[in-house]
Design a protein around this ligand. Structure first.
Ligand SMILES: *Cc1c(COP(=O)(O)O)cnc(C)c1O
Length: 234
């Protein structure tokens, strides 16, 4: 495993190459470093290399790191499943939430967002593969959810997020990402200011960029293989 500094450089180059190969401006694609399961020290290393945006999936673990790194100019993104009883901590400590998929959670985030903070940036997570086990609003219920969320004053609806069915087939990757892009295009006819497609991870980043990703969410590509609980116990 190369160091985080080298990996970040490699990922930034890969983003630029993918952008150029589809005639997009590389500056339109932002890198979200997914730091879930990684220690604060890893985040410090990435920060020192100019990385500012970090994604977390577990509230408790994230808060420890947010506290440890208080005072640093970090933009924190919540990307994991949201339990209602954790919504206050998310509303108070994050700048973005990519994983809103139901009205109840959106309403809680809206009520709990501190008035001293700017509106919370929101992406609606869509279950584009339709797998029952997956989080995300169904595509046919997206428009109704977007309508309701866009009326919440302390939230700023920015766009859509998806985690498609994993496949090594790049044509299939692109088909799924294209679906999310088309959903955003449809919503944009009703709503202004939708500028965000949060899609693409380490294994399918190029396909996502070709279909219009504005945030790619990269964990292992920057920090190396995740250490799972099972590994830790072994
Ligand atoms: C873990 C995670 C990622 C990063 O995945 P990698 O394969 O490690 O790049 C991206 N998005 C979400 C929602 C995640 O949970």
């Amino acid at each position: 495993m190369k160091g985080i500094e080298q990996q970040l450089l490699t990922i930034r180059q890969a983003i630029a190459r993918a952008a150029q190969s589809c005639d997009r401006d590389p500056l339109d694609i932002q890198l979200l470093a997914v730091s879930k399961t990684r220690p604060a020290a890893n985040i410090r290393t990435a920060l020192a290399c100019g990385q500012r945006d970090f994604g977390e999936s577990y509230v408790g673990e994230a808060l420890e790191k947010i506290e440890a790194l208080a005072g640093e100019a970090i933009c924190w993104h919540f990307i994991g499943p949201i339990q209602s009883n954790k919504s206050r901590l998310i509303a108070e400590h994050f700048d973005w939430v990519h994983s809103v998929d139901r009205l109840k959670v959106a309403q809680r985030l809206n009520q709990q967002r501190p008035h001293t903070a700017p509106p919370l940036n929101i992406c609606l997570q869509v279950n584009i593969s339709g797998e029952a086990s997956k989080s995300g609003v169904a595509a046919d219920q997206l428009e109704a959810l977007a309508e309701q969320v866009s009326g919440l004053e302390r939230l700023q609806l920015r766009g859509l997020m998806a985690i498609p069915r994993a496949t090594a087939d790049s044509a299939e990757q692109r088909r799924q990402f294209a679906q999310l892009r088309e959903l955003l295009e449809q919503l944009s006819q009703q709503h202004q200011g939708l500028d965000t497609l949060s899609m693409g991870m380490s294994a399918d980043m190029e396909s996502a960029i070709a279909e219009g990703a504005t945030w790619v969410r990269i964990g292992t590509g920057i920090f190396g293989p995740r250490i799972t609980t099972a590994d830790k116990q072994a």
